[in-house]
Write a protein that binds this ligand. Structure first.
Ligand SMILES: Nc1ncnc2c1ncn2[C@@H]1O[C@H](COP(=O)(O)OP(=O)(O)OP(=O)(O)O)[C@@H](O)[C@H]1O
Ligand SMILES: [Mg+2]
Length: 232
């Protein structure tokens, strides 16, 4: 399997204040799969994403990508993995304020050996006409599209999205989800997307539900529904 997550445990704090956030997670994600991760606030969704992203390490268990274990990678290799093979999209857009839309996306391209064409991507993102603007001249949706551009321009093997529509209204959320769907289909990146919104699960190939540090559900969608047909 492309991405293998085995018996992941993670706690924070010590002594009295120690909390066990992940209590032994096992799951696998196929290459090109679109996986939606659901769960209540505090259930460890972001923690899991950060562990997959090599930003945090697990206390126990292992993560492997195409048979390669993150724990066996040197710091240098891990940093390369994060730079070249991983795209991260957050709830808040984290754009560089003094760079234009285009330049923010070019930062992502610069990190990759096999970057996508920036003009083509601007077109897909609907940002061609906004490419010379600075982030503070953009709407929330346009900022998030730029952030998606920066993550996707690397053509990452894995795209990690942590509540990418958390700060957006209904229509803009749909537009952003459609974009992530398009990117997944067009470029075949494996996507792991965290959300609170249960309705979004129907667009995924795989649905994983976390609660109290454990996986409560993990199934493949037999009939996934395109974002345009989703409603909530
Ligand atoms: N660096 C940290 N230090 C201490 N506790 C942490 C740290 N990171 C996360 N936690 C705790 O771990 C638990 C899980 O946090 P996490 O951010 O993974 O939840 P989440 O499922 O993403 O929640 P949300 O939906 O609110 O974003 C929470 O109780 C949180 O307070
Ligand atoms: Mg979170």
């Amino acid at each position: 399997m492309f991405l293998e997550i085995k018996d992941i445990h993670k706690s924070f704090g010590t002594g009295e204040s120690r909390i066990e956030v992940l209590k032994g997670l096992d799951m696998e994600i196929g290459k090109g799969e679109f996986c939606v991760l659901l769960g209540p606030s505090g259930s460890g969704k972001s923690t899991l994403l950060n562990i997959i992203g090599g930003i945090e390490s697990a206390d126990e268990g292992s993560i492997s990508i195409e048979g390669e274990y993150l724990a066996d990678m040197t710091e240098k290799k891990l940093s390369q993995y994060r730079r070249k093979h991983l795209g991260y999209i957050f709830q808040m857009y984290n754009l560089i304020p003094n760079l234009t839309v285009r330049e923010n996306i070019e930062v992502g391209a610069y990190l990759s050996d096999h970057a996508l064409d920036v003009d083509e991507l601007l077109q897909i993102l609907g940002l061609t006409d906004h490419q010379k603007k600075l982030p503070n001249q953009l709407s929330g949706g346009q900022q998030q599209r730029t952030a998606i551009g920066r993550a996707i321009v690397k053509n990452p093997d894995i795209l990690l999205c942590d509540e990418p529509t958390g700060a957006l209204d209904y229509n803009t959320s749909k537009e952003i989800l459609k974009l992530i769907e398009t990117v997944n289909l067009k470029y075949g990146n494996t996507v792991v997307m965290v959300t609170h919104n249960d309705a979004i699960k129907d667009m995924a190939d795989r649905v994983v539900k976390l609660r109290d540090g454990m996986i409560r559900k993990n199934y493949l969608n037999e009939h996934k529904i395109p974002v345009v047909d989703l409603d909530w």
